[in-house]
Design a protein around this ligand. Structure first.
Ligand code: GDP
Length: 364
């Protein structure tokens, strides 16, 4: 599956957020730096109202959302790349995620210590980005030395790697994260294989006080401005509120949200923003037994989309009977869409679209 790493300085609300996301007390929140030591991993259902709608039409007995993984990565402090705090341990954890949710403290609270002794989320973002850039520089320098001999020997792969690493190094040394480097399509794979920390897409999560959950505040606005300048995404949420909502049953949660003047839990926005950040899309399989959502990267062809369900579906793929979500709803389900000529038979070259309701035919 796809993994989002939750990073941020100590005491910004990472564990609180992670707890709310996973509805467990597995990652204990505490007002103490370096409290969470092991990376905590949790699978989260991706909220999608279309799935409920489809299940309602098909009278599906079971509704199965698609899932995304969140990893609570603690230990990031100033000097982490030099072994401060939990040291380099967190770097390995970040390397393994597909994208970064960077939690920034946008709430004031005299009782909660800030490691740097001031509330400044933009400066915090820079502190962490700098640590990641230093880590990238060090790993590139190490790797450049390791491939010297191969490059001299004319090893094509090594030559390409060296060229890309030097490109990244140039940006990093000028103070720019590696994600600002544009690479050609033929270099894209080798570039990804470098697994640099600062090429991972970033979503800033502004953790605001309960009272600012709706409109945000001056601090979250400063983050929004920074994010826009960098071309990164951001969401405003109150981890405290999310923690409370996570403990309520759905009806109570609805009422609570209404009282707070909120339309939906902030976590739903966060998860969807992560989904968008990772360039993911959803297709559905719908029947009386179950309605189920499946995750694919945007641009996935029908056989590979089928492969997400089962490898045999991909191997023996014949065709995909396809109804768009809108047609499925407009014509009252599969039979209606079929009668209206809105069911298409798509072959191996079909690029699955977000919201497609699919039925795969395959050889066994
Ligand atoms: P972490 O170190 O980033 O994982 O931070 P935690 O989630 O453990 O939170 C540190 C402290 O800040 C805890 O006492 C939380 O209850 C508190 N906290 C988290 N979010 C908020 C918030 O939105 N408002 C206030 N006032 N406190 C918060």
């Amino acid at each position: 599956g796809f993994r989002m790493g939750i990073v941020g300085l100590p005491n910004v609300g990472k564990s609180t957020l992670f707890n709310a996301l996973t509805r467990t007390a597995a990652a204990q929140a505490a007002n103490f730096p370096f409290c969470t030591i092991e990376p905590n991993v949790g699978d989260v259902a991706v909220p999608d109202s279309r799935l409920e709608t489809l299940a309602g039409i098909a009278k599906s007995r079971q509704v199965i959302p698609t899932r995304m993984t969140f990893v609570d990565i603690a230990g990031l402090v100033k000097g982490a790349s030099k072994g401060e705090g939990l040291g380099n341990q967190f770097l390995a954890n970040i390397r393994e995620v597909d994208a970064i949710a960077h939690v920034l403290r946008c709430f004031e609270d005299g009782d909660v210590t800030h490691v740097e002794g001031r509330i400044d989320p933009v400066a915090d973002a820079e502190t962490i980005e700098t640590e990641l850039m230093i880590a990238d520089i060090e790993s590139i320098e190490r790797r450049l030395q390791n491939i010297v001999r191969k490059v001299r020997g004319g090893d094509k792969e090594a030559v390409q790697q060296e060229r890309l690493m030097k490109l990244a190094l140039e940006a990093l040394e000028a103070g720019r994260p590696a994600r600002t480097v544009e690479v050609d399509a033929e270099d894209a794979k080798a570039w990804r294989m470098l697994q640099l920390l600062t090429t991972k897409p970033v979503l800033y999560v502004c953790n605001v006080a309960e009272s600012d959950a709706g409109a945000g505040n001056a601090l979250s606005e400063a983050v929004a401005k920074m994010a826009a300048e960098q071309g990164n995404a951001h969401v405003v949420i109150s981890a405290r509120i999310e923690e409370e909502i996570a403990q309520l049953d759905p009806e109570e949660a609805e009422m609570f949200l209404g009282e707070m003047g909120l339309e939906e839990p902030g976590l739903d926005r966060l998860i969807r923003a992560g989904y968008t950040l990772l360039n993911l899309e959803t297709y559905f399989t719908v029947g009386p037994k179950e309605a189920r959502a499946w995750t694919i990267p945007a641009g996935t062809l029908a056989p590979q989309a089928a492969g997400v369900i089962h490898g045999d579906f991909e191997k023996g793929f014949i065709r995909a009977e396809t109804i768009s979500y809108d047609d499925y709803v407009a014509h009252g389900g599969e039979q209606g869409a079929k009668d209206a000529g809105r069911m298409r038979a798509e072959g191996k070259a079909y690029t699955v679209r977000d919201g497609d309701v699919l039925h795969f035919l395959f050889n066994t």
